[in-house]
Write a protein that binds this ligand. Structure first.
Ligand code: MCF
Ligand code: FE
Length: 425
């Protein structure tokens, strides 16, 4: 059965943020490939036998992409301390068990809540960072399109063999679950927490198997101080928690980025990057990597928002994520968009709104290596319809079309969501 779905405004989410007034898309039910995109009326005459639906006060856009989320930390409420990364990490080390090791059925319900929070915000795809693999089967069975980043962590040489074996086991389990909506991938936790021997082996696997790879990078001032001067919070962190007398950083910011160079042709993303400088931005650009920003997490843990000037006028794609509930009050990407809008008061608000919506669609797809995030022929059938009580824009008035801005302000939950050519809402 052919379908045509249309709305008063279709946000195509291409590089130019094209909007088709009375636009639509055509696709075959359960065939995960958009057949055509254009004006709704034209599509209807092109495919006269299709089932047609039009939303006169709606917006049609690609299903949103939450490029960085930790579902496993979904039970966190208020145990961790905010305001400084070191204080947060200390509190996480202290209270991690009470957040993670909860009764099985409660943990399952936490995962379901996290998944539903995505769907109810119009999110179709996620970059899910998993520290333990506890969320693997729930995500594989969910309607979401998931890039599943098995996270590697561990700096103590004597524990590396065990941690690496555990990582490979999780990665293999994820590979066995591979499907059009579940892509196995690798996360290197961060330069301060991962031994280079393990990092190098995993980079080789990602390059060979063409797996997406993601890493937290230069999130805090403490991390920059540690990587550049071997001092500060992380020095005492390794002394306190690992009893290393004179700990040394494994990398400089540059040597960590250099290690990623075999990944130029695979989807590569660096999350946070609050403390990168111009030279790191240049290297990230030449790696053809994406940056993922998680604004509310950054405010809570590091008192800062990402500097958009590092994007070199969009030469580096910027994707958007909520991070986990370990550093956020919820994992709603629409709320993340709203906060982002207020985080950059020096930018033109309409241009910013368009750019943020591209971060939540087109650039999220780039960061995760997905074939969606934009409405165009051949892309996956992942789209959302949001309906509003009034139109967001009247084209006959001589005002600029601010519907992208109005959308961010007012969008609550989609009335329809398709993922993988299947109705989810
Ligand atoms: O992105 C935030 C802050 N930066 C680092 N890690 C995490 C974040 N949210 C959750 N985490 C997890 C991480 O995956 O916390 C643990 C890891 O399991 C930190 S252990 C140093
Ligand atoms: Fe994170």
């Amino acid at each position: 059965m052919l379908h045509i779905w249309g709305a008063r405004e279709a946000f195509i989410c291409d590089e130019h943020f094209s909007i088709v007034h009375n636009g639509g898309i055509a696709f075959e039910e359960n065939v995960d490939k958009i057949l055509a995109v254009g004006e709704y009326d034209t599509l209807c005459s092109q495919f006269p036998n299709a089932k047609m639906q039009f939303f006169p006060q709606g917006v049609l856009l690609p299903a949103l992409i939450n490029a960085h989320i930790h579902f496993e930390f979904g039970a966190h409420f208020a145990q961790f301390c905010y305001g400084d990364f070191g204080t947060w990490l200390d509190s996480l080390m202290d209270s991690r068990d009470e957040v993670l090791h909860i009764q099985n059925t409660y943990f399952e319900s936490i995962l379901t809540q996290g998944i539903n929070e995505q769907i109810n915000a119009g999110v179709g795809s996620v970059g899910a960072v998993s520290s333990y693999g506890y969320d693997m089967s729930a995500l594989a069975l969910s309607p979401l399109r998931v890039v599943y980043f098995n996270e590697a962590i561990g700096s103590n040489p004597s524990a590396i063999d065990f941690l690496y074996a555990n990582m490979l086991e999780r990665l293999n389990n994820a590979k066995n679950l591979s499907s059009p909506t579940f892509t196995p991938a690798i996360a290197l936790h961060s330069p301060y927490s991962l031994h280079p021997i393990m990092a190098q082996k995993l980079i080789d696997i990602a390059a060979k198997d063409k797996l997406p790879l993601s890493t937290h990078f230069l999130e805090s001032a403490h991390e920059r101080e540690w990587l550049t001067q071997n001092s500060g919070y992380f020095k005492t962190f390794f002394q306190r928690f690992f009893h290393i007398e004179n700990p040394q950083s494994f990398y400089s910011p540059q040597s960590f980025l250099d290690m990623l160079s075999p990944l130029r042709d695979t989807p590569l993303s660096l999350t946070h990057c609050l403390h990168i400088k111009e030279e790191e931005a240049k290297s990230i650009e030449s790696l053809q990597a994406s940056i993922i920003t998680c604004p509310r997490s950054n405010r809570l843990l590091n008192n800062a928002f990402f500097s958009r000037s590092h994007l070199h006028n969009k030469q580096i794609p910027l994707a958007l994520g909520t991070d986990g509930k370990s550093s956020n009050n919820n994992v709603n990407l629409l709320d993340e968009l709203r906060v982002s809008l207020y985080a950059y008061p020096q930018e033109d608000i309409l241009a910013l709104a368009k750019s943020l919506l591209l971060s939540a669609t087109l650039y999220g797809a780039k960061a995760l290596g997905l074939n969606n995030g934009t409405l165009s022929e051949g892309k996956n059938v992942d789209f959302a319809i949001f309906e509003f009580s009034q139109p967001l824009f009247y084209p006959n008035q001589s005002r600029p079309n601010q519907s992208p801005l109005q959308f961010i302000l007012h969008a609550k939950t989609p009335s329809h969501l398709y993922i993988n050519a299947k109705a989810v809402l």
